[in-house]
Write a protein that binds this ligand. Structure first.
Ligand code: HEC
Ligand code: HEC
Ligand code: HEC
Length: 125
């Protein structure tokens, strides 16, 4: 038989270590850079906190729904409706890729490959 107290202590230490980066900053994932938010729109397609952490998942879902399942119905962003699209959706509001997407991505050292194929809106070039 194993000692369940030891196992539980072990698990507790594991969980604490794994989540250290989360609670060390008081639940704030560090200082993400300030990004230029749209001035002519008030709301994103989901709330800002969700978007900060999960926009990549949302984008993948949009792509799968639009392309594989043919579900191209519009989504709500506050009181307007937008296309499930990187270019015609996200970039309709977030017009300046350099001051928005790239700001964070450079900081987080991620390079989404989306722009190999999808155009960047003209104003940002
Ligand atoms: C190899 C080229 C290529 C790459 C790389 C690529 N895409 Fe696409 N994507 C396409 C094509 C082609 C379509 C189809 C356009 C259509 O039919 O509307 C599309 C459609 C989409 C759509 C749905 C419709 C639209 O107009 O946006 C989304 C959302 C999307 N891509 C997101 C992404 C994201 C996010 C990435 C990066 C993680 C990415 N794509 C990378 C080629 C690519
Ligand atoms: C209708 C316009 C609109 C569309 C479409 C839109 N956004 Fe937003 N987005 C906003 C606004 C406005 C904010 C700021 C909201 C706030 O601060 O409460 C925002 C916030 C965000 C944030 C959080 C930024 C931060 O640091 O607080 C991210 C990330 C984001 N959007 C990514 C995306 C992505 C990716 C898409 C496409 C899947 C998208 N947005 C589509 C208007 C839009
Ligand atoms: C508030 C900061 C922030 C903003 C603004 C932001 N991103 Fe991100 N994005 C991130 C972070 C951080 C990651 C890496 C997350 C991870 O690795 O789990 C990421 C990852 C991604 C990925 C997945 C890339 C990969 O290689 O896994 C895509 C696609 C993406 N972002 C698209 C966008 C687009 C398009 C915009 C602009 C409309 C945008 N992001 C704006 C912070 C941001």
């Amino acid at each position: 038989m194993y000692d369940s107290k030891l196992v539980i202590t072990g698990l507790a230490i594991f969980v604490i270590l794994m989540t250290f980066p989360l609670w060390y900053n008081g639940g704030n994932a560090g200082d993400l850079p300030k990004v230029e938010k749209p001035t002519n729109y008030k709301q994103c397609v989901e709330d800002a906190a969700y978007m900060r952490t999960s926009h990549m998942v949302l984008l993948d879902d949009w792509r799968d729904e639009a392309l594989r399942e043919g579900k191209r119905e519009k989504v709500k962003a506050g009181d307007i409706e937008v296309e499930k699209s990187l270019m015609n959706g996200c970039m309709m509001c977030h017009v300046d890729k350099a001051k928005f997407c790239d700001q964070c991505h450079q900081y987080a050292a991620v390079k989404p490959y989306c722009w190999d194929c999808h155009f960047v809106p003209k104003e940002t070039l």
